[in-house]
Structures are given as C-alpha cells and as structure tokens.
Design a protein around this ligand. Sequence first.
Ligand code: HEM
Length: 89
Amino acid sequence: MSDAQQDAAAAECTSFQTDIRPKFTDEDVQHMNDMVGMDLSDYQTVKQNGDVILERLQDPDNPMPPPPRGPWPKAWIDCFQQWLVKRLP
Ligand code: HEM
C-alpha cells in the first residue's frame, strides 16, 4: 500500500462502531476477556485502556494480536491512534 493510500485509509477512521470494533475478531475478544479480563468489544473499556492497548498493538517484540494474525497493518494502528488522540466517538 502506498503512503497516500495508507493516509486515505487512516483518514476514513471515524468511530468505534464503524472502524475499531470490526478490527477485533471474536477470538481477540474472547482471549482478552479470558486472559486479562479486558472486553475489547466494549467502547468504554477500549477508550479507557486505549494507551496501553495502543502500546500492545505497536509492541515490536510481543505484538497484540500475536502472530500469525498480528501485528496489525500500519494503517490499522494509525486508525486506532487517531481514534484515541482525536477522541472520536
Ligand atoms: C492492554 C492491552 C493488552 C494486554 C495487556 C494483553 C495481554 C495479553 C496476554 C498477557 C496474553 C497471553 C500471553 C501472550 O500470548 O502473550 C494475551 C494473549 C492474546 N491477546 Fe492480548 N493483550 C492486550 C491487547 C490485545 C489486543 C488489542 C488484541 C487484539 C487486537 C489482543 C489479542 C490477543 C490474542 C488473540 C491472544 C491469544 C494468544 C494465543 O492464545 O496465542 N490483545 N494478551
């Protein structure tokens, strides 16, 4: 993907329901509920834990979600970061 395409993809990031929630699979939600009691399907939970979730998404050594499904593409991580920093709904 070119930089311009990535910017466009990131720019489309508008809300938890449309852009963030669909990036968490049922497996992600279930695992993270079981392992650390964090409900990734819940808006408030993801908002409140946004900084630490972002760190995990970006972690070069132990990314979440773990390989082979992770790490997320850069455009997805940028989208999450925008959603957080701009305090999008
Ligand atoms: C605060 C953020 C997070 C913390 C503290 C966290 C912590 C953990 C821990 C301790 C484990 C078990 C051990 C390991 O596999 O390393 C785990 C597993 C897992 N996490 Fe996370 N995680 C976070 C965010 C996320 C996010 C955002 C996703 C998905 C996008 C995710 C997806 C998963 C999955 C799928 C597993 C299962 C791994 C397996 O069974 O092989 N996690 N997480």
